[in-house]
Design a protein around this ligand. Structure first.
Ligand code: ATP
Ligand code: MG
Length: 338
């Protein structure tokens, strides 16, 4: 964690989130969730958006939306997010946040929207035959998610870096175009915080993703975890090494074991040596199951009270609305009450 945050956690605000498209996985955990919990424990205020409109960027209907949303809250609480100090909300429940999208869209060009490499990748994996407008504009929607609460820290995976650039551009252009009468700027320029595994690979060797059938869910049981990891792609070289550039799949598994055991990937690779992919997978499975055991136990406890999960969301939506209303009022003021 960087020193400026540690010195004055109260001066910062975090916003990040996850699409309600399925259960959270190890990529989320080592890419962003752990960092969120650390930041919250330091005393940084935490906003977690569940961007439900984003679900219909790459598919026709948002399937099992309420269930996925509640399960995200469950995963947050299980991994250590303190619901009493965090604002967990769905962006569709916060109208003023969505209204920010209108002025924000006027600040970016169509060419800029088309150039975004993450959007291109998501279009390639989309189940739709044509690209819809929401897909192309969702990085700007994300700028509204981040800027409505004036967050300056965004713990995310590597796929989100191009989007963070959009948010920074929107903030800068807005501040330049609409100076505040008293001289201060309306929006901070948010920055991404990457964690130890900014791009964890899934069992097929591509980015681990909820909706690509290649993930190890945090809430999976131990046997399912073992089965999924057994099917992970590796290579034919028996000697296990850590070399992400030339052996991405094997190195990804080595990294996963190392993160779970709080060791270096080199140590893990050295220990497995000539044991081959089977030994590597046994080590990873044990490491993952052991690391997740307390999280899964907490998850089971929280899962017993679905009403509590809904209450957490209701309170979060209420607080997010209060903040979004205030930001929108400020935006309308500097824009001359559009
Ligand atoms: P979907 O398949 O629905 O897009 P996803 O698994 O990509 O789901 P998102 O909700 O899109 O998850 O992303 C939530 C957050 O988790 C983002 O900050 C993203 O960067 C991070 N993240 C997602 N997948 C990974 C991964 N494999 N490694 C590291 N970070 C990840
Ligand atoms: Mg994604």
């Amino acid at each position: 964690m960087d020193e400026t945050v540690r010195r004055d956690p109260g001066a910062h605000r975090v916003l990040t989130g996850d699409r309600p498209t399925g259960p959270l996985h190890l990529g989320h955990y080592f890419g962003s969730l752990r960092n969120r919990v650390r930041l919250q424990r330091l005393g940084v205020e935490m906003f977690l958006v569940i961007p439900d409109y984003q679900v219909i960027t790459d598919r026709d209907v948002a399937d099992r939306l309420a269930e996925h949303t509640e399960n995200l809250v469950l995963d947050y609480l299980a991994t250590g997010i303190d619901a009493d100090r965090a604002t967990i909300f769905t962006h569709s429940a916060v109208p003023a946040l969505n209204q920010l999208l209108l002025p924000f869209l006027s600040l970016v060009s169509v060419a800029e929207l088309h150039r975004n490499p993450t959007v291109k990748d998501e279009i390639a994996h989309s189940s739709q035959s044509a690209v819809n407008g929401l897909m192309l504009t969702y990085p700007v929607h994300q700028a509204a998610d981040i800027l409505f609460c004036k967050a300056d820290l965004v713990p995310v995976g590597k796929d989100q870096l191009p989007h963070l650039e959009v948010s920074r551009t929107v903030a800068r252009r807005f501040n330049e175009r609409y100076p505040h009468p008293d001289g201060r700027t309306v929006f901070p320029r948010p920055r991404a915080l990457l964690d130890a595994a900014p791009l964890l690979l899934g069992t097929d060797g591509g980015k681990m993703s909820k909706s690509r059938g290649n993930s190890i869910p945090l809430g999976a049981d131990e046997d399912t975890t073992a089965r999924l990891l057994k099917g992970a792609k590796t290579d034919t070289d028996r000697r296990i090494t850590y070399d992400p550039a030339t052996r991405p799949e094997v190195s990804n598994l080595v990294l996963l074991a190392a993160l779970c055991q709080d060791r270096t990937p080199e140590e893990v690779a050295e220990e497995i040596g000539d044991g081959g992919a089977a030994a590597l997978k046994r080590t990873v499975t044990e490491a993952v199951n052991e690391h997740l055991r307390p999280i899964r136990a907490r998850r089971a406890d929280f899962a017993a009270d679905r009403g509590h999960l809904r209450d957490v969301l209701r309170a979060g939506n209420e607080r997010a609305n209060t903040i979004a209303d205030a930001t929108l009022a400020e935006v309308r003021e500097v824009m001359g009450s559009l």
